[in-house]
Structure formats: C-alpha cells, structure tokens
Design a protein around this ligand. Structure first.
Ligand code: SAM
Length: 273
C-alpha cells in the first residue's frame, strides 16, 4: 500500500474529499524523527497527521512539520506536531549523523549523492567548503580512504554537530573541522578535490580553483532551471577556471534531486588543470 493510503487509514479524524487529496504523499525518517511537509490548506489537521505518522512508525519519538530551510546558513523551520524532541542520530551507509532537526538541515533527497561521494577521494587531500554537519565529509572519511579532509562550516551550531559526528564516526585522525567562512579560512593550493555543496557555491568558484594544488577535481552544486542544467553550471565552472588561466574538463553533470517544479539541484564534476 502507498504511503499516503497508509496515512489515510491511520487518521482518526473524518476527512472531506478535498482534504484527502491534499494529504502528504511522502515524508522522511531521520533517526527516530518523522519529517513531513503539510500543505497550508490542511494545516488544521497537522496534529492528526503527526499522530497518524507516529502510529505508522512506532519507533519514532516525534513527528515534525518541515517548513523548509532559510538563508545562507540553511536554517530549518520546524514545528513539532506530535510526540516530543528534535534531536536524533541518523544512520545510513554505515555512517552516523547526530543532529537537531530544528537547528541544522539534513536532506533525505541527497542520499544518492552522499553514497556517491563515499566512493571518491582515495589517498587524496579533500576540501569540503560547506560541510554542514559532515553530510559529505563523513562518508568520504568512513569509506574512501582519503589522506585528509578539511571541513569548513560557518554556522556554529552545525559546526558543533560536525565535530560531534567526526568523533562519533571515529574519523578524527582524517577530518579537520574549521569554523568560519570558507572564502577566508580555506587554505590555498593544497587540495586534490574540492566539494562545493551549497546553492551559493557559484560565488566561491574562484576560491575553489585557488584551493587546488594546482590541479584537481571540483564538485560544484547549483540550483538550475531544468532546461539549463547541462549548460549553465558547467559554463560557470569553466569561466572561473579560465579567469585564473586554467581549463575545466567536464567529467559529469548529475541531477541530485528535483528541487521545485522545473528547478533541479545539479552537481557538476570537473577536472581543473
Ligand atoms: C546546505 S548545507 C549542505 C551541507 C552538505 N554540503 C550537503 O551537501 O549536504 C550548506 C552548509 O554550508 C554552510 N555555509 C554557508 N555559507 C558558508 C561559507 N561561506 N563558508 C562555510 N560554510 C558555509 C551553511 O551553514 C550550511 O551548513
């Protein structure tokens, strides 16, 4: 049975036909939390939906209304709609992520990208310019055997969880966390691979190119209208490389996820030399 049918079955309140149509069709489970997006027209049902989700997932301690993330620091807006608590330890791909879903973001939709990144970087010096709580640094450190990873994070709350996750995954001899703005604190000319997992990454492309030693691979993320996804992100990487008298060879362009109607979250891998 599909998710929303199960949810409909568990709801105790009688629903009008137009309400049934608007019920959430998906949600994400992070550790022992269920996060769900609730359409504004059925907000009056939020507690019933939360209770039904907890009924559906008895091992979860709370259901959270996920209202999206805001600003450069990608701060989540969350409301507890059933149960209690927003902190958890999420486990996936043999990695552990301690997090507080009300204070730091963790995108279920990026799962495939996190798994893909766990296969790159063997014996390399890696720079993660926007590390968050270690969503990409931790899988690389746990699985790929890099020489070292420098993980930079601007948000002090996310940085605190980054440090915790480095210890939790036993990779403190590999990952060095730095609190600060990557534009100012990223060391120059010493990395084989640079990860740019933020939608503002285009503003930092020159910095990323300067951090390579002197050649290497950049993983550049961008939000892009679908019709431009095979053009614009790579063109931006190429422009940044050329501005610094280098060239960019496209290795791949991948859609990480659908972000909004007609808008894709895309990652470009390019070799800069
Ligand atoms: C969207 S999260 C992504 C985390 C991870 N890279 C991923 O792909 O799942 C981006 C993180 O970059 C941080 N950030 C934003 N601007 C930054 C900057 N200039 N320097 C370092 N970190 C920054 C934010 O605080 C946020 O935690």
């Amino acid at each position: 049975m599909k998710g929303h049918q199960l949810l409909k079955q568990r709801l105790k309140a009688p629903l009008a036909e137009h309400e049934k149509i608007l019920l959430p069709r998906g949600w994400q489970i992070l550790g022992d939390l269920v996060l769900v997006n609730i359409p504004t027209k059925i907000v009056h049902l939020k507690h019933e939906i939360g209770d039904a989700l907890l009924d559906l997932y008895p091992r979860c301690k709370s259901a959270l209304w996920d209202k999206g993330v805001r600003g450069t620091l990608r701060t989540p807006e969350i409301e507890v709609i059933a149960g209690s608590g927003t902190r958890t330890v999420h486990k996936e791909n043999h990695c552990k992520f301690a997090l507080d879903a009300s204070r730091v973001m963790f995108s279920a939709g990026n799962f495939a990208e996190r798994v893909r990144m766990s296969t790159v970087g063997s014996n390399e010096r890696v720079l993660d310019m926007f590390s968050g709580i270690g969503q990409l640094s931790i899988p690389i450190a746990v699985h790929a055997g890099p020489q070292s990873i420098v993980a930079i994070e601007l948000n002090s709350v996310a940085y605190r969880y980054l440090r915790q996750n480095i210890l939790l995954n036993n990779v403190n001899s590999i990952v060095r966390p730095i609190l600060g703005n990557c534009a100012n604190v990223a060391p120059s000319a010493q990395f084989d691979r640079v990860i740019m997992g933020h939608f503002d990454a285009c503003d930092y492309l020159h910095k990323a190119v300067r951090c390579l030693a002197p050649e290497g691979i950049i993983h550049y993320h961008e939000l892009v209208p679908e019709e431009l996804m095979y053009k614009r992100p790579y063109a931006r990487v190429e422009q940044a490389a050329q501005a610094l008298a280098k060239s960019a060879d496209l290795l791949s362009t991948r859609k990480v996820k659908d972000y909004a109607p007609g808008v894709a979250h895309v990652v470009v891998d390019a070799r800069i030399s």
